[in-house]
Design a protein around this ligand. Structure first.
Ligand SMILES: NCc1cccc(Nc2n[nH]c3ncnc(Nc4cccc(O)c4)c23)c1
Length: 232
């Protein structure tokens, strides 16, 4: 998160850190006791290995009362996701066991009504992604509030030039923005997860390249079907 602030510890108890060999790779969030939602692009460069999921954390390194690293039983990238574009950039992770819910580990509801969030709505996004242009990575969770911008503005030829589909949404990226390592985290508007951070053009903090999110509502049926069909 560029030019945000350190989150208040454990006030975003749905936040997950997707880790590989002890390193934070991407964000994610708890959508059910045994399920985390993130971004399919996060599996690039992991050559088929499974993530580990850190829940209940504020600091990535310090011991905290309810911090716990969960093994992942299976990962389900959306079948439409691919490395060439941002389409269907969602990843479901089934934890090896149900997460122990407590004050620091909570499920976040996601939007099921397929209707655009109004432009100018101020939403918040959090992550352990880079906090400056030299790629410095934080130990503690950062957050930032950003206004939603309309799809028409986001699709302007000087912005994302028509690549933003009805399954995506954008927030203003002037100075404060998401960045490397924030992918997979939730865009939370009025207490509900409306979108999942996708890297898009990978640019951070440039107002010409608004931040892009995969809208969750259009995928509610896919999410429900994967959770229902995955084996115990
Ligand atoms: N703001 C959109 C957004 C959301 C999520 C991730 C991203 N960026 C990135 N995702 N993956 C990346 N691999 C390498 N570099 C990257 N961006 C980068 C890194 C340092 C300085 C800078 O100006 C930009 C990214 C960008």
């Amino acid at each position: 998160i560029l030019r945000g602030s350190v989150a208040k510890p454990h006030l975003k108890p749905y936040m997950a850190s997707l880790q590989m060999d002890g390193q934070h790779v991407c964000g994610g969030f708890l959508i059910a006791e045994q399920w985390v939602l993130s971004a399919a692009h996060c599996t690039e460069e992991t050559d088929g290995k499974l993530f580990q999921v850190l829940l209940g954390a504020h600091s990535l390194t310090e011991p905290e009362p309810h911090k716990r690293l969960y093994q992942v039983r299976a990962q389900f990238p959306h079948p439409g996701s691919n490395i060439h574009n941002n389409k269907d950039d969602l990843l479901l992770l089934q934890l090896e066991e149900k997460a122990e819910l407590n004050a620091d580990v909570r499920v976040l509801p996601f939007q099921r009504e397929d209707r655009d969030v109004a432009a100018e709505t101020v939403c918040e996004v959090a992550g352990w992604g880079t906090i400056d242009h030299s790629g410095r990575r934080p130990d503690k969770l950062h957050q930032v509030e950003r206004p939603v911008i309309s799809r028409d503005v986001c699709n302007h030829r000087t912005r994302h030039d028509g690549t933003i589909t009805k399954n995506m949404m954008c927030t203003d990226s002037r100075r404060m923005d998401t960045c490397k390592g924030d992918s997979g985290g939730p865009l939370v508007c009025n207490g509900v997860a409306e979108g999942v951070v996708t890297a898009g053009s990978r640019v951070c903090g440039n107002y010409k390249k608004p931040a892009i999110y995969t809208r969750i509502a259009p995928y509610a049926a896919w999410i429900d079907s994967v959770m229902a069909s995955a084996d115990e």
